[in-house]
Ligand binder design. Structure first.
Ligand code: FMN
Length: 197
C-alpha cells in the first residue's frame, strides 16, 4: 500500500514517501540504521549550535525494560505505538548552556532534529510516528528528568505493518486520503494577508 503524498508539484521522493503509520511489524530496527538516524539528527542546525535536544531511546531488542517504561508514558489513544520496536522521547534543554537564558527556539530545534531523523528513517525504509499524546508528569517521574528539561514529543519507529492488523477505527484512519491545506493558505507574500504571487 502506497500512501505517498499526492503533491501538487514534484518534491524529493523522501518527502513524498514519508507518512505517519499506526501499524508496525515486529521486525526490529537494525542498530546501524538507528545510529544513522540519530547521527542525522545530530547534524541538524540549531540556534547558537547548542543542539538543545536530548533523545531518550529504547530499542525493544536491546532494552525491553526501557521500551516498556517509555511505552507506559503513552496515552491510551496512542497505545498502538507500543508495538513499534523503537520508542524515543524527545526533550529539550530549556536554557542556553552559553548564558543560562531561556532558549525560545529549543523546541524549534528539537523539531528540526526530528525532521532530519525522519528523513534518514525514510531513506532506511523505516517509518516514524511523532506523538504528543503522552504523560509529561510520568516522564519526569519515571525517567528521572531533571528541572530544566522539557519532554516534548515521543517517536515510534519501525517497519510499516498492514493496516488490516489494526482495530477497525484505526484501520480507517490508516487508509484515509491524505490531506493538507492548500499551499496558498499557508504561504503569504511579505506582508500578512498578502498572497504570494
Ligand atoms: C508534534 C506532533 C505530535 C503528534 N501527536 C500525535 C499523537 O499524539 N497521536 C497521533 O496519532 N498522531 C500524532 N501526530 C501525527 C499527526 O497527526 C500527523 O503527522 C498528521 O496527521 C499528518 O499526517 P502524516 O504525518 O501521515 O502526513 C503528531 C505529529 C506531530 C508532528
Amino acid at each position: 500500500m502506497s500512501r505517498d503524498a499526492p503533491v501538487d508539484v514534484d518534491v524529493h521522493p523522501l518527502v513524498a514517501r514519508r507518512w505517519s503509520p499506526r501499524s508496525f511489524t515486529d521486525a526490529p530496527v537494525s542498530p546501524d540504521a538507528l545510529q544513522r538516524m540519530l547521527e542525522a539528527a545530530r547534524w541538524a542546525p540549531s540556534c547558537f549550535n547548542e543542539q538543545p535536544w536530548r533523545f531518550l531511546v529504547a530499542d525493544r531488542s536491546g532494552d525491553p525494560e526501557g521500551h516498556t517504561r517509555l511505552g507506559a508514558l503513552l496515552n491510551e489513544g496512542n497505545a498502538w505505538a507500543r508495538a513499534a520496536p523503537v520508542l524515543v522521547l524527545g526533550a529539550t534543554l530549556e536554557r542556553f548552556a552559553r548564558n543560562d537564558r531561556l532558549n525560545a527556539h529549543a523546541r524549534y530545534d528539537l523539531g528540526q532534529a526530528v525532521a532530519w531523523l525522519t528523513v534518514q528513517a525514510t531513506h532506511e525504509g523505516l517509518f516514524l510516528h511523532q506523538l504528543a499524546g503522552f504523560s509529561r508528569e510520568a516522564a519526569f517521574g519515571e525517567l528521572g528528568l531533571p528541572d530544566g528539561v522539557d519532554p516534548v514529543v515521543m517517536l515510534a519507529i519501525g517497519h510499516l505493518g498492514p493496516a488490516s492488523a489494526l482495530p477497525p477505527a484505526l484501520e480507517a484512519r490508516e487508509t484515509a486520503p491524505r490531506r493538507r491545506q492548500p499551499r496558498q493558505a499557508i504561504t503569504l507574500g511579505a506582508r500578512w494577508g498578502q498572497p504570494l504571487t
